[in-house]
Ligand binder design. Structure first.
Ligand code: TXA
Ligand code: MG
Length: 316
């Protein structure tokens, strides 16, 4: 397959409506979209990414009035969070409409819905005129793509169109919140933090081991975000000399000469989060063996950043 890279939203939408696969930019990471109501097209997403079939997809919409097309009822908790945070980097898990193909929902009976806060994404979704099922546009298990070039590296020849856009401004995937129970449960932390959600819905909590066992959170079981280099979470930059193929990212600057690979010292946690996956891919290209990532506190977006770092870290 010949992958077309374009800024033409109409071409991208026409391709999707004909059953094609279209990667598109969003504020979080780039997505890989197919028409949510064309099961054959959705199946092609799983093939292109080599994604396990039991991991459901998020359905993306451009207008609130599309929610009714994919969801059976809107729970009260979801209504409150939609009013506060849509459009934005937030996915709400709600009861799925019975007409939604089971390949989208992994037969869970629920669906994750999201309205991106991104001009190109919204123009594309509007032009599609229908709900778009889309996971992140990486090969399964790899860091999510935050640039169109990263999508190209993972999926060239496997998707029909890559809709070009600027680098993603958030850089980590959306916060996923289960709204099917009494109180909202965060299945995946993101830039909309536990603290932000509690201001609007005080009963919101993080998922725990029991939720994972009850299959509430299918995505958390799989291997994630791993570049080819080893990722190691450290408390502070290394003081040891004489290592080769080492890279570093963290808020604290390392002493000179202790890392021979790329070094990145973001000014704050949001910038760290924005740059992380791109840094992983840069290190891969530089042939780095080991990427040391400094831990951060769990406040605000720190929780999402630590979640990704811990999942990317190779068991030692
Ligand atoms: O920011 C994002 O969310 C990006 C952009 C493209 O929107 N998308 C994304 O999709 O990260 P993906 O497939 O890489 O991650 C979706 C996560 C997975 O952990 C999946 O298990 C979970 O959301 N999820 C989706 N539908 C679900 C459902 N019905 N119940 C529970 N978890 C669900
Ligand atoms: Mg993903």
């Amino acid at each position: 397959m010949n992958t077309i890279v374009t800024q033409d939203v109409e071409l991208a939408a026409a391709t999707l409506k004909e059953g094609g696969l279209v990667a598109f930019p969003t504020e979080t990471v780039f997505g890989l979209g197919a028409s949510a109501f064309q099961p054959n097209a959705v199946s092609r997403i799983f093939q292109a990414k080599n994604r396990p079939q039991d991991n459901p997809l998020i359905v993306h919409i451009a207008h609130r009035n599309q929610i009714a097309e994919v969801c059976e009822v809107i729970p009260e908790a979801a209504r409150v969070l939609i009013d506060a945070f849509f459009p934005g980097p937030l996915t709400l898990v709600v009861p799925a409409a019975p007409t939604l193909p089971s390949v989208v929902t992994a037969s869970l009976g629920t669906v994750g819905i999201r309205m991106p806060d991104h001009d190109v994404a919204n123009a594309f979704l509007r032009a599609c005129g229908e709900p778009v099922a889309a996971p992140s546009a990486n090969r399964s298990g790899r860091p999510s793509p935050t640039t169109w070039e990263a999508v190209m590296d993972d999926l060239d020849g496997r998707v029909d169109v890559i809709l070009r856009g600027d680098a993603s401004r958030v850089g980590l995937e959306s916060t996923v919140v289960d709204c099917t129970g009494k109180e909202p449960i965060i299945l995946r932390p993101g830039s909309i933090s536990l603290e932000d959600l509690k201001m609007v819905h005080p009963g919101t909590r993080m998922s725990d081991a029991a939720d994972v066992v009850s299959h509430r959170s299918p995505g958390t079981r799989h291997r994630h975000y791993r570049p080819e280099a080893d990722v190691v979470v450290v408390s502070s930059p290394s003081k040891t000399e004489g290592r080769s193929g080492y890279a570093y990212i963290g808020l604290e600057s390392p002493e000179k000469g202790l890392y021979d690979g790329p070094i990145r010292v973001p000014g704050d946690v949001s910038t760290y989060a924005r740059d992380l996956f791109h840094f992983f891919r840069t290190c891969e290209k530089a042939g780095i063996n080991r990427i040391e990532c400094q831990r951060v506190g769990l406040e605000g977006m720190g929780r999402a950043l630590m979640d990704r770092l811990q999942r990317a870290a190779s068991p030692e």
